[in-house]
Design a protein around this ligand. Structure first.
Ligand code: ADP
Ligand code: MG
Length: 253
């Protein structure tokens, strides 16, 4: 077995020399990234660096022209469609929250718990007690127990983002992908979101794209800096913050 195969086998997510072109423009250019099981990774980088495209490739929305994309050490994600990838346990949070505004917080979570992708779906009659416990656990985790009867429409922007994260967690993903979760949040909501993700990371892996450096610092995890579709630097936030190239293309602007 090659070294590459060994690395892929032990990883949760393995991207190797991934390239994506749109009309000749290389949005991803030989991008390689390895996420260990249980890891949380922060992805930073200037607008247009390819951060969202990377998530599109992982979730099957965009097909890479080149390279390997392997989940859980063995599943070739390039061969699967979006629905199959989601059912493998990859949950994705987009920038805009997509909760059901006319439903309560609790009903939004119940809908997610009962959706076909949920492990409870086919057992819902027998497991309603367990489902209830899971509902309480999720409400508490997303800081919305006191708002459970409120309409989602009446939540703050930050609370809507947390509700959507809760709905994704109802599907029990192994890997949660989160794209710019704190954009538009208050400072207090931003800090709370960091601690929410740290809590989520106790039981599942997370990849989070974010520009807010205070938030990234609060996460306290390894950082990957993307630039022009490739990895420019990787390491602790202090390490990448002191990298002259990172300062030039991103932090120093
Ligand atoms: P980021 O999320 O880091 O800001 P993106 O991944 O959204 O960057 O975009 C990377 C580059 O690819 C940008 O120049 C963007 O315009 C381009 N791009 C992304 N998706 C498409 C698409 N579907 N068609 C054409 N160009 C795209
Ligand atoms: Mg983006």
């Amino acid at each position: 077995m090659t070294d590459t195969a060994v690395i892929a086998e032990d990883s949760l997510l393995y991207l190797d020399h991934v390239s994506v072109s749109f009309d000749g423009f290389r949005a991803l250019n030989n991008l390689s990234l390895v996420l260990q099981p249980g890891e949380m990774r922060a992805i930073i980088g200037p607008n247009g660096a390819g951060k969202t495209t990377m998530m599109d490739v992982i979730t099957g929305k965009t097909r890479p022209d080149d390279g390997d994309v392997v989940f859980d050490g063995r599943v070739d994600l390039r061969k699967l469609d979006e629905a199959s990838i989601a059912s493998l346990g990859i949950g994705r949070k987009f920038q805009k929250p997509t909760v059901f505004e006319s439903q309560t917080v609790e009903d939004n979570l119940l809908l997610a718990l009962k959706s076909p992708r949920s492990p409870w779906a086919s057992l819902r009659h027998r497991l309603s007690g367990i489902e209830r416990d899971r509902l309480e656990e999720l409400l508490s985790l997303i800081r919305l127990t006191h708002r459970r009867a409120a309409l989602a429409a009446d939540l703050s922007h930050g609370q809507k983002q947390w509700l959507e994260i809760g709905m994704l967690l109802a599907q029990e993903p192994k890997l949660l992908l989160v794209d710019e979760p704190v954009a538009g949040m208050t400072d207090a909501e931003t800090a709370e979101t960091a601690s929410l993700l740290v809590e989520i990371n106790k039981t599942r892996s997370v990849v989070v794209v974010e520009h807010d450096m205070t938030f990234v610092r609060d996460l306290g995890v390894k950082v990957t800096v993307l630039h022009e579709g490739s990895v420019l630097a990787e390491g602790s936030l202090d390490h990448v913050s002191n990298d002259q190239r990172v300062i030039e293309v991103y932090l120093g602007r």
